[in-house]
Design a protein around this ligand. Structure first.
Ligand code: MF3
Ligand code: CO
Length: 296
């Protein structure tokens, strides 16, 4: 059913679809009308299913608190000699102790609680006892939490010991890409505004961004609409409206953008040219007047 057909059925004095208990005309009606105008102009617009209610946002924020706490713990304890398996154990122990479930565990057959991607691994690295972090490594630790059915998802990079200037720069610029994207997140803007900002910062610095894997809506489910790419143009892609939550998680490559998937585990993504890749991931809420970072 089209969004508009659903909306037509809600009377001005009916209860709002968001279950706030308020009348539609005092709740989401004006917003829906504004969205409908954008749709008529030919823009991609969000469905109600990905616009979170205040109650849902509170629950998602609780989940995000665990995600942040787990990444903070990793930040304090990661270093030379630590295995990625140990990181996996920390994530499992802490998440469950706080009442959550690590979302990656058994997700489409993923065998561990967290993704750990080292150097030329782009994403979806599988923790194992044989991977010992050594001086000079850069690693992405990607945590996702389910709390009472609500999802959060964010990741950080860590530099181990003595890291080369060129790898440190890759890590730093990748973080700046996320910040540049974040500045473009506001209601009644477009996802493409964010994507172009991320893209331009990477490419202006001589890097490339992986095309095939992107961010995603998140909160009620692990991966929701919209799909979040970075090869997009300002003024295009989905309209941003208050209550949307999605991730910004560009994978920035020092060399070419091309990737391949490990055919032994069907998960781990590598750069084709073997050069390093970095990724940061934040989870952002579109608010009435801008954006709020829920986890990073
Ligand atoms: N942040 C990653 C993503 O959104 C987490 C993947 S977990 C995995 O794709 F289980 F799919 F590996
Ligand atoms: Co994600």
């Amino acid at each position: 059913m089209l969004q508009n057909e659903k909306q037509i059925k809600i009377g001005r004095n009916d209860p709002c679809w968001c279950h706030s208990g308020r009348k539609y005309k005092q709740c989401h009606m004006a917003m829906d009308e504004k969205i409908a105008r954008f749709r008529q102009e030919g823009h991609i617009v969000p469905d109600h299913s990905i616009i979170k209610t205040p109650e849902q946002i509170e629950k998602i924020k609780e989940s995000a608190k665990i995600n942040i706490a787990v990444l903070d713990y990793v930040a304090e304890h990661i270093g030379e000699g630590v295995t990625t398996e140990e990181i996996d154990n920390w994530v499992y122990e802490l998440t469950t102790r706080m009442g959550g479930i690590p979302a990656p565990l058994n997700y489409q057959g993923f065998p561990k609680s967290v993704c750990t991607s080292v150097n030329e691994q782009v994403c979806h690295g599988i923790p194992d006892a044989g991977t010992v972090l050594k001086s000079g490594d850069i690693i992405n630790v990607d945590c996702s939490t389910i709390l009472h059915g609500y999802f959060s998802d964010s990741s950080r990079m860590f530099c181990i010991g003595d890291v080369s200037e060129e790898k440190k720069r890759l890590v730093q610029i990748t973080k700046e890409c996320c910040e540049a994207g974040l500045r473009e997140v506001k209601p009644w803007g477009f996802l493409g505004d964010m994507g172009q900002a991320v893209h331009d910062h990477a490419y202006n610095n001589g890097y490339t961004i992986v095309r095939e894997i992107g961010g995603h809506g998140v909160g009620i489910d692990f991966h929701e609409d919209p799909w979040v790419g970075y090869h997009t143009k300002r003024g295009t892609e989905m309209l941003l409206v208050p209550g949307m939550i999605f991730t910004i998680e560009p994978m920035v490559n020092m060399g070419k953008a091309d990737i391949y998937i490990d055919d032994k585990n069907d998960w781990t993504v590598y750069t084709q040219d073997g050069k390093p890749s970095a990724q940061w991931e934040l989870m952002v809420l579109v608010t009435e007047d801008g954006a709020e970072v829920l986890s990073w």
